[in-house]
Design a protein around this ligand. Sequence first.
Ligand code: PMP
Length: 384
Amino acid sequence: MASTSASRHILDTALDAVGNTPLIRLDKIAAQEGLRCNLLGKVEFTSAGGSVKDRIAKAMVLAAEKEGKLIPGKSIVIEPTSGNTGIGLAMACAIKVNNQLRYRLQVLNTIDKGYSVIITMPNKMSLEKEALLRALGAEVVRTPTEAAWDAPESHIGVAKKLQREIPYGIILDQYGNPNNPLAHEYTTGPEIIEAVVGTPSTNAKPSSGKVDVFVAGAGTGGTITGVSRALKKTHNRECIVVGADPIGSVLAKPEQLNVTDSGSIYVVEGIGYDFIPDVLSQDSADIDSWVKTCDSESFAAVQRLMLHEGLLVGGSSGSSLSGALKWLKSEEGRKVADTTGLNVVVLLPDGIRNYMSKSWFLDMTLHAEPRPLAGIISQVLSPA
Ligand code: PMP
């Protein structure tokens, strides 16, 4: 079996196991949908901290260290997040310092002085994320889900208050930090391009040799913005980039798409906002088109990815897939869907292990009926 480059070397720290994620064919779902194009999933749960957000956490911490903004033993990293950026930051801060700095600090004998982490996170985010954050040594402050982003009690407002009051508190700020989209422009995008370009077209598996469509949800918008820039600048100017945005969020364009009478609360975690983050590109050349998604379609898509492709992905991965399938049914999308060999890449940001206690997951697994094999099992095992 082919090994990834990471598995052929001893890595210095878990930060070296961030990214380098696989691009996997979603052939069964493509066949069920009658697609002629290739449907490919960029599977981010294999990253060390379990999500696409490890990449930006690593980039933001390394950049802040380089700029001298983090002081080992003193700095307290505070970040408002839906959880995954927090997990990446807590992981990076647990590892403490990059290796060059580690060497210098070893010389200075300060090796064990790392950075503390406080994460502010809305109540709706899963218990699993909070437990992982605490496992990595972070402190977690929960905030009301319904608080507007600019309210003092929101996860952003509380983080700012903590930073104002706590000496050496620093917010790396995923919503405005240019290293967020840059991490994707430099890693996620090039990995996708390398995998597609490096896979030859064959009769059994025809390929255009290019990334023709890229679909992702947006939270901060760093992923879709950075990957789009990598794809359009360095690979295929004609690549179509599609954003998936939950009903109740305001990130989609044109703005009429966001009009809803069903309120702003949805269950899917990590995507959608009630404000436009600075790192989400407002250049219509970067994001060509948006589709709105809903919880039920997203969770049904998660179930399909698990049952038919064996991919243990989280809720927002279902949003990416259901958004992609919706777009492929649009007028523009149908031309792609009907063309053999075109490559449609769908970003799958994290894994189901972040959501195992959520009722939507329990309903589709432990509480699900019918269970086709239950009858034969009880027949075999029940006393005659
Ligand atoms: N899915 C999940 C599960 C996430 O945690 C995030 C990050 N909030 C996203 C999607 C969206 O990523 P981005 O912030 O880069 O838009």
